[in-house]
Ligand binder design. Structure first.
Ligand SMILES: Cc1cc2nc3c(=O)[nH]c(=O)nc-3n(C[C@H](O)[C@H](O)[C@H](O)COP(=O)(O)OP(=O)(O)OC[C@H]3O[C@@H](n4cnc5c(N)ncnc54)[C@H](O)[C@@H]3O)c2cc1C
Length: 321
């Protein structure tokens, strides 16, 4: 057996997150022509269903179990993961490009003096060399970055790899009941809002200055909730104090790549585009038919958001009932 590719999986409230299966798909892709061993690691409670973890490549699973890991905080996992990495013949570590993944990745990178590439959208593998692809210059160019440290860390953008093929469960599961190593940080559970959800949401409904008031954002939330997605905002809406910074998409906010991005009352400045241009489908709702967003949208609705959104929500309600 060769060295290991470690995939640091994520779950929330005992449910596997989609990014986890995508990380295993990426591990399989990297390992296509080599014989590294793929090992998944997950922090979870005893109620988590381990059989929900599947991949189209053979892999082993290490479960780090504690009741407090039902909603794990990276701070409580970082030293456990570091010990695991240091005691394993690790070559590559894959994380989700999420708050949880990025916090853990940066900690491991600093502690092991290893190179890290964040926000990867793909890999180029040749002659046992690995280069990560990453969007740069607000998504206008793609950089190919070679990791040369002995341990290489990558965080993967949501939807960069699709989960397909004949999926199998882990061929070996080891359960490690490690007590969380709690730091002296003040940590409270803020999972009630969007933190941690946005970067791996399949559907995002984002509102901008065109929503005209914080109250109107209830329409954004309502539509997002009907579609099983998350609410987000442009910086203009965040700067106006209408929405929390955790919802800001863009160059100085979160980068997202959902299956569907609905941009409402957003003009599409280049800094906003930088954070969402990798969305699979974009729908724009804007009252200005010449708004730049329509150049990037797959579908557009020209109209006042406060008229379009209630009608859209009503229509979805009717179809769902
Ligand atoms: C260094 C830097 C970093 C930045 N980072 C970010 C970032 O991370 N994310 C980000 O979003 N921005 C960022 N910005 C700001 C960015 O340049 C834009 O100012 C911002 O994205 C504009 O937000 P907006 O589209 O909501 O507002 P506007 O540009 O004002 O657009 C509002 C749109 O709403 C439409 N509209 C108005 N009323 C209605 C209505 N009733 N119904 C439907 N449509 C309506 C208008 O036609 C218009 O197209 C950054 C800027 C800088 C300089």
């Amino acid at each position: 057996m060769g060295k290991k590719i470690i995939a640091v999986l994520e779950q929330d409230n005992d449910k596997i997150k989609e990014i986890s299966l995508q990380l295993l798909a990426a591990a399989g892709h990297i390992n296509k022509d080599s014989n590294r061993q793929i090992e998944a690691v997950i922090f979870c409670s005893k109620n988590f269903d381990k059989t929900s973890i599947k991949s189209n490549s053979d892999f082993t699973l290490t479960v780090i179990e504690d009741d407090s890991f039902k909603n794990p905080f990276s701070f409580n996992c970082q030293n456990i993961l570091l010990n695991f990495v240091l005691n394993t013949d690790t070559e590559i570590i894959l994380f989700g490009d999420t708050f949880f993944g990025k916090e853990l990745a940066s900690f491991i990178s600093a502690k092991t003096n290893s190179g890290i590439v964040t926000g990867c959208t793909g890999f180029i593998i040749s002659d046992n060399e690995i280069k990560a692809k990453k969007n740069v210059y607000s998504g206008k160019a793609v950089a190919e970055i070679k990791a040369s440290s002995s341990i290489k860390l990558f965080t993967l953008r949501f939807n960069a790899f699709s989960v397909a093929g004949n999926l199998v469960s882990p061929y070996e599961i080891s359960v490690n009941k490690s007590a969380p190593q709690i730091n002296n940080y003040l940590i409270k559970n803020i999972s009630a809002n969007n933190i941690g959800n946005l970067s791996d949401s399949k559907v995002i409904v984002a509102g901008g200055r065109g929503m005209t008031s914080p109250e109107n954002f209830r329409l954004i939330e309502e539509l997002a909730s009907f579609l099983g997605g998350s609410a987000a905002a442009s910086r203009a809406a965040v700067d106006a104090g209408w929405r929390p910074q955790s919802e800001q998409v863009g160059q100085t906010g979160i980068s997202v790549s959902p299956d569907l991005y609905i941009a409402v009352g957003i003009s599409e400045a280049v800094q906003h585009l930088a954070g969402m241009r990798n969305s699979k489908k974009i729908i724009a709702i804007n009252k200005d038919k010449d708004a730049p967003i329509f150049r990037y949208a797959d579908f557009g609705i020209i109209g006042d958001a406060m008229e379009v959104l209630p009608n859209l929500i009503e229509e979805i309600k009717n179809r769902q009932s």
